[in-house]
Design a protein around this ligand. Sequence first.
Ligand SMILES: CC(C)(COP(=O)(O)OP(=O)(O)OC[C@H]1O[C@@H](n2cnc3c(N)ncnc32)[C@H](O)[C@@H]1OP(=O)(O)O)[C@@H](O)C(=O)NCCC(=O)NCCS
Length: 182
Amino acid sequence: MSPLTHRLAQPEDLDALRAVMGRAIAQLQHGFLTPAQVAASHQVMGLDTQLIADQTYFLVEDATGTIAGCGGWSFRATLYGGDASIVAREPQRLDPARDAAKIRAMYTDPAFIRRGIGRRVLGLCEEAARDAGFARAEMMATMAGVPLYEACGYRQIEPVLSAPIAGVRVPLVRMEKLLRSA
Ligand SMILES: CC(C)(COP(=O)(O)OP(=O)(O)OC[C@H]1O[C@@H](n2cnc3c(N)ncnc32)[C@H](O)[C@@H]1OP(=O)(O)O)[C@@H](O)C(=O)NCCC(=O)NCCS
């Protein structure tokens, strides 16, 4: 296995990123969701390209340039969702002194799971958010994401159901973590 490196994602990475996300959504949520909820997830999840424009979206790749995983953070208020699925886009900038940075769109390619890629990307996001002055991070987690986030120190705040997609609601949970002590 070649060494894995990370960098900020660029617009030309979009097709490959979307392919990774599609595989992760389809293959890594069984056991956490029903098949109908997995199918509906494709409409709930995905990439908000604002993160690439803001240069707050990371990817991890191998020596051949194959993307192993990705994820980002945001200094904007939108909490979750992809370009096509954001219910409430809130582009306004957050106040680091008061608000929590948002952790967004964390995906590992099924061929690379349980090798610490999710943990690595999350750490990069937290470091960047901390550098930008944020003291807290939060996200809307999928059920498949909860074990990673709990392993990385996040706590569950409230369960949430997505808007119905063809009659199916996807369970989500809002989670948060302190990035620095008060
Ligand atoms: C969630 C996801 C990004 C995790 O990626 P990953 O690169 O496999 O995670 P890591 O290898 O960094 O895992 C770190 C730790 O998190 C926990 N963890 C991660 N995935 C887990 C799973 N499926 N079951 C139980 N614990 C898990 C473990 O404690 C793990 O440490 P260990 O492997 O030493 O036991 C990946 O499963 C995924 O893409 N899921 C589908 C998309 C999704 O739901 N994303 C979250 C959006 S909010």
